[in-house]
Design a protein around this ligand. Sequence first.
Ligand SMILES: Nc1ncnc2c1ncn2[C@@H]1O[C@H](COP(=O)(O)OP(=O)(O)OP(=O)(O)O)[C@@H](O)[C@H]1O
Length: 254
Amino acid sequence: MENNIRPILSVEGLQAAIDGSQVVESVSFQVPATGITAVLGRNGVGKTSTLKALIGLITRTAGTIELDGERIEKLPTHKIIRRGVGYVPEDREVFSALSVAENLRLAERDDSPRRALVEQLFPDLVKRANQAAGSLSGGQQQMVSLARALLNENKLLLVDEPTKGLAPKIVQEVAEALAEAAKTVPILLVEQNLPVVRQLADGALVLSAGQVVHRTDSARQFLDDEALTQRYLGVQSEPAAHGNGHQMPAGGAR
Ligand SMILES: Nc1ncnc2c1ncn2[C@@H]1O[C@H](COP(=O)(O)OP(=O)(O)OP(=O)(O)O)[C@@H](O)[C@H]1O
């Protein structure tokens, strides 16, 4: 992923383990300072683990990570988050018993949280400020999850499978919110919904068995390449489409 401006994130030889078992083998990639970079690959190849390793949620055993020119691989999670990495985990964790407004307030880290931006991006959440987050639909909970990350000024957002399990119409809403969010912050996005990847992603990196096996500045070009998508994702190349289209099949390379 060559880019003239300095990448916001540079990862070199990253390895990480869960309970002593290596799940990220030796991953190297860069994330440009603008736009959306997709992390692709079959189930179980280490996409989520790679995101978690970046912020120290699983044990990093080797490699360097540079955020905006500064090394962060030795820092604990809370310090990395404070340096400006927002994390939106898979399965959209919200505090179920708390209201939408309370969920958002708890996420505010900066002195001047970007409430206006969040209200503009997610008008529905403004209407539902007093509703318990646990009673929101999956899509609405995803919006809360994204909004929590966007309240703070971040250098990079890590977003893990934001459209997973959502109905097609809601997938589109989440995709549109992500596209808007990406105008304010670069995003490293794990996403299995290939039409969404086509719609949103600029570049992409493809993982297999805990390693980066392909990098491209054009996710669309990759998706158009039948040989590559077949080899690395196990699917035919993905035509432009809408909604909850082709998901990558289960059964990874591991
Ligand atoms: N808590 C855990 N304990 C043991 N092994 C784990 C744990 N979490 C993940 N793994 C293993 O690590 C490997 C990578 O998993 P990871 O969730 O990073 O893959 P993924 O590419 O995100 O998969 P998916 O697309 O299915 O979400 C898998 O073999 C998985 O079984």
